[in-house]
Design a protein around this ligand. Structure first.
Ligand SMILES: [Zn+2]
Length: 138
């Protein structure tokens, strides 16, 4: 039994999330212009409030099938204002696939899936465990 306890890294996770409407609209635009392919991006929060998604960083290239390898390349912890991922589903289902759930468990705290037809009624957000979370549009 050791006396040395590793200090737990306490990362801030908001109890409620918000997203700027223009940011969400940009997500829909990207999803539409990538259709019928998926698009992928990273979500960035306001570093002061830490709970408001203000920016989406579009990842170049197309997500190939369900591998989502594109995220794994980009989710290195270089930028702590990046809190999660967004990608589109060309289908009307915003339900995460097994590959999505695997991705969520590895990277980030909040993940948005925008499903076809890419509007305010066709997107959902999830936490690392794949549980649906409410994100208010502001
Ligand atoms: Zn997916």
């Amino acid at each position: 039994m050791g006396f040395f306890r590793r200090k737990k890294k306490t990362e801030y996770t908001p109890t409620s999330w918000m997203i700027k409407r223009e940011c969400l609209n940009l997500i829909f635009e990207c999803a539409k212009s990538s259709f019928p392919n998926e698009f992928g991006g990273l979500l960035r929060v306001d570093t002061e409030s830490k709970d408001t998604i203000i920016e989406v960083i579009i990842l170049p290239g197309t997500i190939s099938g369900d591998s989502h390898a594109i995220f794994q390349m980009h989710m290195r912890p270089i930028d702590f204002s990046i809190v999660g991922t967004v990608h589109s589903h060309p289908s009307p289902s915003a339900r995460p696939s097994d590959a999505d759930l695997h991705l969520f468990s590895k990277y980030g705290k909040i993940h948005i899936i925008a499903a076809s037809p890419f509007n305010e009624e066709s997107w959902k957000a999830y936490d690392y465990s794949g549980k649906e979370v409410e994100v208010a549009i502001v």
